[in-house]
Every structure is written in structure tokens, then in C-alpha cells.
Design a protein around this ligand. Structure first.
Ligand code: KG4
Ligand code: ZN
Length: 364
């Protein structure tokens, strides 16, 4: 069985074909095409929803064609068309969803609507099975990206329980806001990740907030504000302008070029900020895992690319296996959407053609 996945919830237009394994679960990723809009949104310092929708419209047909061609698959070979129905930018979601519905209507291939967050979780489940170390359930899933930071209990029967979520910014959003403030461009996460190892993570103190109410909720606004106060207490205008000028001349500066315009004190700040975000993520994830008696930890979403997070989570301090997706399946992609649709296909859970897109679609 083969499923075509389509994803357009934010600033990536993606399509992929995933084949089932012998048990009918997601198996091999036959193709995964991602057209990123990052370069276009970069100059505005974040995703501009209207531009994102228009760019999805331009990209959707060639991206889907490419995914089918790369997989050597025709529309007739498909068992289902899986598409993201939320959460995300509604105008962006509608492009992928309308295209998927049209394909389904024209070909008679059934449609399966998928929650984007469920996709991030299934990227990990798929690859762990493929690598011969399947995720053990119940699992604790930490999904951290530019749009969401959630903790879920993931049960074997495909049900989820929300245990905690961010009360303000998402983890990736905090990285991006700090990146923007310091003249590191958009998205800030990958650049901060590369600069952090050059600073001292214990140089600047960040407080770990005790949450009133649900102690498993996250908060990142304090981390971001601490950086803002640190910057305001110094005269950094020229330094920040220097990095912005570098970005205008060189869209993708090398690490040496970044280091040439970033003094040691700022590297220490970035390292400390990243350290505090990782601490926030892993401390609450470990408490949640303990609470539910988790047998494994899944970490997914764009922030799962972070090298510091990967190293800390895999350092052997946690009493269960930790699973990360490969880099290609950490950030937004459509293979994860197809992967999440296999259990629904085997349960016969199809979507009707009047299914709608939802900006705030809950998973549990
Ligand atoms: O999952 P994703 O592609 O899109 C959303 O669903 O939001 O995640 C993008 C987010 C951005 O905020 C980006 O800064 C962050 O993931 N990100 C990182 C890294 N790579 C991407 N954050 C920290 N370290 C990274 N290496
Ligand atoms: Zn995402």
C-alpha cells in the first residue's frame, strides 16, 4: 500500500509517498519533496501568511508531481491521499487540503485528514520501526517547533493525552525572536544552534519558572525577556547592525563569518539561552514521562534538529530510550503526514470531501 502525503500548514509545501511495511504500518519513505519558503519570509523576519498561501499555490502542483515521479508511483497505485488539516495558517492549509480533495474526487482514491502534530510524532515512530528499535508504548512525546510546544502521552492504540503545553511562546518561536533581536535573521534556531557551542552555557543565569497549576506546562517568554533585558543593559546597536549587514550581503553566512561579527560575551548569552530552553524542555518532559510510566521518549518538531538538545537528551541520564527523527523528518515534511495516515487506513478512518481546515486543531 502506498499513501501520498501533502503538507502546507506553514511555510513549506511538501509531498511524499510512503509505502507500508509487512504489518500495514508506515514503512519506506519512497520520496519526500519539500519546497521551503524560508528565503522569501526571511526578509520580513517571520512568516507572512498571505505570501505563504500564494507560494503554496505556485508550488503545490510541481511538488506533488515530483513526489510521485521520485517514488515511481502513479495516482492509480495509491491506497489513500493524506493531507494536513490543522493546526496551522488557515489560508496555507486550504491550498494543500483543496488540492488533496480535488485529487481524491478526480481519482476516487480515499482522503485521510491528518493532524500536523500527529504527523511530527509519526515521523519518529516510522523511522524507529525502520531502524529496528521500535518505539515502546506508552511513550511520552515532546513536540517542539515554531508553532507548538506540547507534551503528549502516546498510547499503542493510537490515542493521545495532552499533558502539558506552552502558556506563551513556542520553543522555536523563542529561538526565532531571540535570533531576530540579535540580528541573526530568520529562522534564528539553526543559527543559534551553530553559535552556542562557541559560548559558555553557564555564563548568564536564566531562572527556571515554577508553573502555577499544571507543572508540566512550559513558558518561554521569561527566557526571551531575560535576553531582551541583557541586550538593553548594553550598547549593542553597532554589533547587531553588523550582523544585519552581513545577512544582507551573504544570505547564508558561514560559521566563521558569524563568529567574526559576534563577540565572546554575546556567544555566552546565546549558549546560556539555548541551555535554559533545553533545560525547560527536558525537565518537564522527564517529569511527564515519569508521571505516566513512559517506556520511551519521542522528541520531534523543528527544534528537535537542535544539536544541544539531542546531545543532552541522549547523554544517558534518562531511564528509557530517546527517539529523534532524522533531520529531514524533523522540520515540516509530508512523509510524516503519510506515515500518520497508515493506522487510519487500516482502521478505515477516511475523511469526507467536506472536511475543513482548522487553525487550532487539538490532537487530544
Ligand atoms: O516543525 P517546523 O519546521 O515548523 C513548525 O511547525 O513550526 O519548525 C520550525 C522551527 C523554527 O522556529 C526554527 O527556528 C526551529 O524549528 N528550528 C530550530 C533548529 N532548527 C529549526 N531550533 C533550534 N535549533 C535548531 N537546530
Ligand atoms: Zn511542524
Amino acid at each position: 500500500m502506498r499513501i501520498l502525503g501533502i503538507e502546507s500548514s506553514c511555510d513549506e509545501t511538501a509531498a511524499a509517498v510512503v509505502a507500508s511495511d509487512s504489518d500495514g504500518a508506515g514503512g519506506a519513505v519512497l520520496s519526500s519533496v519539500v519546497a521551503s519558503q524560508i528565503a522569501m519570509h526571511g526578509k520580513y523576519g517571520g512568516v507572512v501568511p498571505e505570501l505563504a498561501s500564494r507560494e503554496h499555490l505556485r508550488a503545490i502542483v510541481p511538488v506533488v508531481r515530483q513526489a510521485l515521479a521520485d517514488a515511481g508511483t502513479s495516482l492509480n497505485d495509491l491506497s489513500a491521499i493524506a493531507v494536513t488539516v490543522g493546526p496551522g495558517l488557515v489560508g496555507a492549509l486550504l491550498v494543500g487540503l483543496t488540492y488533496a480533495k480535488s485529487l481524491s474526487f478526480a481519482t476516487g482514491v480515499p482522503l485521510i485528514g491528518v493532524n500536523h502534530i500527529e504527523g511530527h510524532i509519526h515521523a519518529v515512530i516510522l523511522e524507529a520501526r525502520r531502524d529496528g528499535r521500535p518505539v515502546e508504548f506508552p511513550a511520552l512525546a515532546l513536540v517542539a517547533s515554531g508553532g507548538h510546544t506540547h507534551l503528549f502521552e502516546v498510547r499503542e492504540d493510537g490515542t493521545y493525552r495532552l499533558l502539558g503545553r506552552t502558556r506563551d511562546d513556542a520553543a522555536g518561536e523563542a529561538f526565532d525572536k531571540v535570533g531576530k533581536l540579535l540580528g541573526l535573521g530568520y529562522p534564528g534556531g539553526p543559527v543559534i544552534d551553530r553559535l552556542a557551542p562557541h559560548g559558555n552555557p553557564r555564563a548568564v543565569h536564566f531562572t527556571f519558572a515554577k508553573m502555577k497549576g499544571n507543572a508540566l506546562d512550559f513558558s518561554f517568554s521569561g527566557h526571551k525577556t531575560a535576553v531582551l533585558r541583557w541586550v538593553e543593559a548594553r550598547h549593542m546597536e553597532d554589533e547587531i547592525a553588523g550582523r544585519r549587514a552581513l545577512l544582507r550581503e551573504t544570505p547564508k553566512p558561514s560559521i566563521e563569518q558569524w563568529l567574526a561579527v559576534t563577540p565572546k560575551e554575546t556567544l555566552d548569552l546565546l549558549a546560556s539561552f539555548q541551555h535554559s530552553v533545553i533545560h525547560e524542555l527536558l525537565t518537564r518532559a522527564a517529569s511527564a514521562a515519569e508521571l505516566i510510566g513512559a517506556r520511551s521518549l519521542i522528541i520531534s518538531g523543528g527544534v528537535a534538529c537542535n544539536a544541544g538538545l539531542r546531545t543532552t537528551a541522549c547523554a544517558g541520564n534518562l531511564p528509557f530510550p530517546v527517539h529523534f527523527p532524522s533531520f529531514g523528518l524533523s522540520t515540516d515534511n509530508a512523509a510524516m503526514i503519510a506515515a500518520a495516515a497508515f493506522p487510519k487506513l487500516s482502521r478505515g478512518e477516511f475523511s469526507s470531501l467536506d472536511i475543513n481546515a482548522h487553525a487550532n486543531l487539538p490532537l487530544a
